[in-house]
Design a protein around this ligand. Structure first.
Ligand code: PEP
Length: 250
């Protein structure tokens, strides 16, 4: 059985102006000079998607959205549909990031509907899950994460339309990172669930780790069994920092 191709994905969150588009050019240059043994993705704010695509044309770095609405179109002021992201040239969209779950009250059922909408449009959905600090300290990590994955993942998930991102909420933007053993335990449990539910295809769905990944810890984290790449926030904003993570796959 082959394993999923690694993916290193950057989530710029609500950061970046037109002046930052040069990071795409720089990143593609670093990759063409030094190589990258993984897929590479940047998910900027919607305002920068077209500019990044233009700056990255012909290069290796793909572009994705940070969220999408579950509906194709309609009266949803301020929202963006999966079809719109596809229309711009995106190949991925992040759904169910813990900041969306916390700031916008998104439930796993909402995330499931968003992921299904993305898949219908031919986008790959990066479905996020992860426990809070309190849930980890009270021994509920696996229950919480598996429940989120079960409820957030659409029926016909497969390698070509789905990636899971395990992101402990307490590790996001804090500089705190779980031990390799803790990451391995959660990824193994997610892998088991995916195989139980989707058979052999479940072994091929990528599972990313996210939460304070940087160049100095990427090799260790990316070396953990069933870790098929990273979802990176802060360290994806500067091409040189992000490339330092991509280099874990050289
Ligand atoms: C994230 O928000 O998805 C994330 C992992 O952030 P950071 O890398 O900054 O912890």
């Amino acid at each position: 059985m082959t394993s999923p191709k690694p993916l290193v994905a950057g989530n710029w969150k609500m950061n970046g102006l037109l002046a930052n588009v040069s990071q795409m050019t720089e990143l593609n240059q670093l990759i063409s000079d030094g190589g990258a043994n993984c897929d590479v993705l940047l998910c900027p704010s919607t305002t920068l998607i077209s500019s990044l695509l233009e700056a990255g044309a012909g290069g290796k770095v793909m572009v994705g959205g940070q969220d999408c609405h579950a509906n194709v179109s309609g009266a949803h002021t301020g929202d963006i549909s999966a079809e719109m992201l596809k229309d711009l040239g995106c190949s991925y969209v992040i759904v169910g990031h813990s900041e969306r779950r916390a700031d916008h009250g998104e439930t796993s059922a909402d995330v499931n509907a968003k992921a299904a909408a993305a898949q219908t449009q031919g986008l790959k959905a990066i479905i996020c899950c992860g426990e809070s600090d309190e849930e980890r300290s009270s021994g509920k990590t696996l229950d919480v994460v598996l429940e989120q994955v079960k409820a957030s993942i659409p029926q016909d998930a497969k390698n070509s339309n789905t990636v899971i991102a395990y992101e402990p909420v307490w590790a996001i933007g804090t500089g705190k990172v779980p031990t390799a053993n803790d990451v391995e335990e959660v990824h193994a449990a997610i892998r088991t669930l995916l195989i139980q539910r989707f058979g052999e295809e479940g072994a091929l769905i990528g599972i990313l780790y996210g939460g304070s990944v940087k160049a100095s810890n990427a090799s260790e984290l990316m070396g953990v069994q069933n870790v098929n790449g990273a979802l990176v926030g802060g360290a994806s904003l500067k091409a040189a920092d992000f490339y330092g993570i991509i280099e874990a796959y050289k």
